[in-house]
Design a protein around this ligand. Structure first.
Ligand SMILES: [Zn+2]
Length: 174
């Protein structure tokens, strides 16, 4: 009997463990899940898929937005920020740890971050499955330190960053 893990949806060979869904997924369902989540974030915030410009706050996030919305008109005033789950998790954690005033909002005046619940780990894995290398993000020392701490928690308890970001939303921090 094969010892590999199987996709929770179709039973084929799994390539990714989704901390978000708490499920193993195959390539097809991993890609679908990620794209669906971003679309549903856009719909939930009533952002039409037709008119916006990309922010470049997180290169890896920007690559993913470009992949999803490649035919967009870039003349509109609406801006899609490419901040990711890690960016927001660090922001909320620094608010709790150091009382840092939050410097990122999911929804801003004329702007929105549709990747607030999508991790860099997911984006990098997504492109790796498409045989495309995406650069890792470099952060300043303090952010890097906090992210390292969060990543260690995430490894022991997948979904920790999502929970932190959800708490940040509920409390109006981000
Ligand atoms: Zn599948």
């Amino acid at each position: 009997m094969d010892s590999y893990k199987t996709c929770a949806i179709c039973g084929r060979k799994a390539v990714f463990y989704s901390a978000y869904l708490k499920q193993e997924l195959c390539k097809k369902h991993f890609e679908r899940m990620l794209i669906k989540r971003v679309r549903s974030n856009m719909n939930l915030h009533k952002i039409k898929e037709s008119s916006f410009i990309f922010g470049d706050e997180n290169n890896c996030g920007k690559e993913f937005l470009k992949f999803m919305f490649k035919d967009m008109d870039s003349s509109s005033g609406e801006k899609l920020y490419s901040y990711t789950l890690e960016d927001f998790a660090v922001c909320v954690m620094e608010f709790f740890l150091f009382h840092n005033p939050p410097d990122k909002k999911i929804e801003q005046k004329n702007g929105f971050s549709p990747l607030f619940n999508v991790s860099e780990h997911e984006i990098i894995s997504f492109f790796k499955l498409k045989k495309k290398d995406i650069e890792h993000i470099t952060r300043n020392g303090k952010d890097e330190y906090v992210l390292k701490f969060l990543t260690e928690i995430e490894e022991r308890r997948p979904g920790g960053m999502i929970s932190l970001v959800k708490a940040g939303i509920k409390l109006g921090i981000i």
